[in-house]
Design a protein around this ligand. Structure first.
Ligand SMILES: Nc1ncnc2c1ncn2[C@@H]1O[C@H](COP(=O)(O)OP(=O)(O)OP(=O)(O)O)[C@@H](O)[C@H]1O
Length: 382
């Protein structure tokens, strides 16, 4: 086995990962799978690449892992350049300070749980010489992920969730500076996914390992991450905390992808110097905040964005609706969903979705008033 070519240690004041202007075109084609990808991951952070199928998440992760060679750009880890297209520097995957948890777990079926966990300490980048140490460290991490009792079991005799935990334990035992996870929960059923995402986040915090996670599941991204990068068609749409993405989406794509959003096209409007937009739409006039970098003046495009939970459906003669300018609308769909009711209404040639606490008091065909308060909507310029 070849000797370790690079020793990386992340100095405390350095970002764990810095990606600059990364672009990748496959097979010499002109079409870029990813382009202009620039971001930083501070040490100990959990950062997620989120976006629909084909937007370039896996390509970005594989470039960082050194499994794909980017066409342009630069990647640093802990201050060391591991890839630079212009100087043709390209550190091999096995010499980058990473460990990867793939979608398919990558567990070796001909080994026991303990042998799988111990593998990186015997053959990986950071080898451990003492056999006793290897066993102690492996058992310690297996204990932490709840697999110590299964140490001598064949790895194929684990459930999907247990195999996932073993894959994580083995990756942690590589002692990586950066943990890369590519949709690691996607093969599990919905309930287990929810449980394991909480556990995974807990392990990540416990071990303090910088993590880069890929998913197309927005709930997973919001629940687990310190920072989320929303990608669309090979580019970055927004980089923000889960709260900021939800409350202050900067594009209509982000607004619609994170949770759900009513996007009401504006016909004309005015951006005031205070950052407030007064917008006329087919549904009525709105006075709303903007997070877009809108210069004061007349507006002819963009959207008023309102989350379904901020669209109130009230009886036509409700006092609040009358006092606060409720809009007359007709119910087109109404469902009781247990913890809430989902109601669609037709108004101004559009369908608006509402999500409110129960009980369900309306049915399709009912005339209602719809109320969206100024503080509950946002202007987006695209
Ligand atoms: N080996 C390849 N050769 C050619 N094109 C590729 C290759 N791998 C990916 N692509 C293309 O690059 C684009 C980005 O793919 P990528 O797998 O990175 O997206 P993704 O966001 O991870 O999607 P998913 O969530 O479906 O895994 C897609 O258009 C895809 O078809």
């Amino acid at each position: 086995m070849a000797a370790v070519a690079h020793e990386f240690t992340v100095p405390a004041d350095r970002e764990a990962v810095v990606v600059t202007d990364l672009a990748k075109a496959y097979g010499g084609s002109d079409a870029f799978a990813i382009e202009d990808i620039t971001f930083e991951v501070p040490q100990g952070q959990f950062l997620t690449l989120l976006g629909p199928s084909g937007c370039g998440k896996t390509t970005t992760l594989r470039c960082i892992a050194g499994l794909e060679r980017a066409t342009r750009g630069r990647i640093e880890m802990g201050g060391d350049v591991v890839f630079d297209a212009s100087s043709k520097r390209d550190v091999k995957t096995e010499d980058r300070p990473i460990a990867m948890v793939p979608q398919s777990y990558g567990i070796w079926p001909h080994m026991t749980v303990l042998e799988n966990a111990a593998f990186p300490m015997k053959y990986g980048r950071k080898r451990v010489k003492e056999k006793g140490d290897i066993r102690t460290r492996a058992m310690n991490v297996l204990e932490q992920v709840g697999l110590a009792d299964f140490a001598d079991r064949w790895s194929t005799r684990l459930s999907g969730g247990q195999q996932q935990r073993l894959a994580l334990a083995r990756a942690l035992l590589c002692d990586p500076d950066v943990l890369l996870l590519d949709e690691p929960l996607s093969n599990l059923d919905a309930k287990l996914r929810v449980r394991l995402r909480g556990e995974l986040r807990q392990f990540q915090q416990q071990f303090g390992v910088t993590s880069l996670y890929v998913t197309h599941d927005q709930a997973e991204a919001l629940a687990m991450s310190d920072t989320v990068i929303v990608m669309n068609q090979g580019k970055v749409e927004q980089i923000d905390s889960p709260e900021a993405l939800y409350n202050s989406p900067r594009t209509s794509f982000v607004a619609d992808f994170i949770g759900s959003a009513n996007l009401i096209p504006i016909e004309e409007g005015t951006a005031e110097a205070s950052g407030v937009v007064v917008a006329k739409t087919s549904v009525g006039q709105f006075r709303c905040e903007t997070v877009s970098t809108t210069t004061p003046g007349e507006l002819t495009s963009g959207f008023v964005c309102a989350r379904p939970e901020n669209v109130m459906v009230l009886p036509v003669h409700d006092e609040r609706a009358l006092a606060e300018g409720g809009i007359h609308a007709k119910v087109t769909a109404a469902e009781f969903l247990g913890d809430r009711v989902a109601i669609d209404v037709a108004v101004g040639g559009l369908t608006l979705s509402s999500s409110m606490p129960g009980p369900l008091r309306v049915q399709p065909g009912d005339e209602v008033a719809v109320l969206i308060r100024p503080g509950d909507c946002l202007y987006l310029d695209r």
